[in-house]
Design a binder for this molecule. Structure first.
Ligand code: HEC
Length: 130
C-alpha cells in the first residue's frame, strides 16, 4: 500500500513543479514551432461550435472574453499564443470547458473524446495547419 501511494504523489509533485515553472515548457514549444500557431481546419471547426460563442472579441460573456479571445489568439504574437495554448491544454485536461453549468442547458456543446483529442493535439503543438 505504501509503495503504491508514491507514484501519485510523485506525479502531483511533478505537476506542481510544472505549474510553478511554466516557462521552460513554453520555450520548448517555441523551439519546436518557430512559426506562429494557426488553427488547423478541424480544430477551428470544433472551436467554432463549442468555444467561440463565449470566447470572442464581441462576446457578452465578459469573464470568458477576458480569459480567452480566439480572434486575438490567431492574431497574437507567437509567445503569447503559446501561453494561451497552455491554458487551453489545462482546461481540456481538467475537462472544465465548456463550463459545466452551461452544459446543463446545452448538452450538445459538450466535447466528445475525439474532439478533446483533436484540440489537445493542436494546443500541445503536435498538430500544424494543413
Ligand atoms: C458558456 C460559455 C463558455 C464556453 C462555451 C466556453 N467557455 Fe471557456 N470560459 C468561460 C468563462 C466564463 C471563463 C472564465 C472562468 C473563470 O474565470 O472562472 C472561461 C475560461 C476559459 C479559459 C481560461 C482558463 C484560465 O484559467 O485562464 C480557457 C483556456 C477556456 N475557457 C477554454 C475554452 C475552450 C477550449 C472551450 C471550448 C471547448 C470553451 N472555453 C468554451 C466560458 C465559456
Amino acid at each position: 500500500m505504501k509503495k503504491l501511494s508514491i507514484l501519485p504523489a510523485a506525479a502531483l509533485l511533478g505537476l506542481l513543479f510544472l505549474q510553478a515553472n511554466p516557462k521552460p515548457e513554453a520555450d520548448t514549444l517555441l523551439a519546436l514551432h518557430p512559426e506562429a500557431p494557426a488553427l488547423p481546419t478541424d480544430v477551428k471547426a470544433i472551436v467554432q461550435q463549442k468555444c467561440y460563442g463565449c470566447h470572442n472579441a464581441d462576446s457578452k460573456n465578459e469573464k470568458g472574453k477576458a480569459k480567452l479571445d480566439w480572434d486575438a489568439l490567431e492574431a497574437a504574437k507567437k509567445a503569447k499564443s503559446l501561453a494561451t495554448m497552455g491554458k487551453i491544454t489545462e482546461a481540456l485536461e481538467e475537462g472544465s470547458m465548456p463550463p459545466a453549468r452551461f452544459l446543463e442547458s446545452n448538452p450538445d456543446k459538450k466535447l466528445t473524446t475525439e474532439e478533446v483529442a483533436t484540440l489537445m493535439q493542436w494546443s500541445t503543438g503536435k498538430k500544424k495547419k494543413e
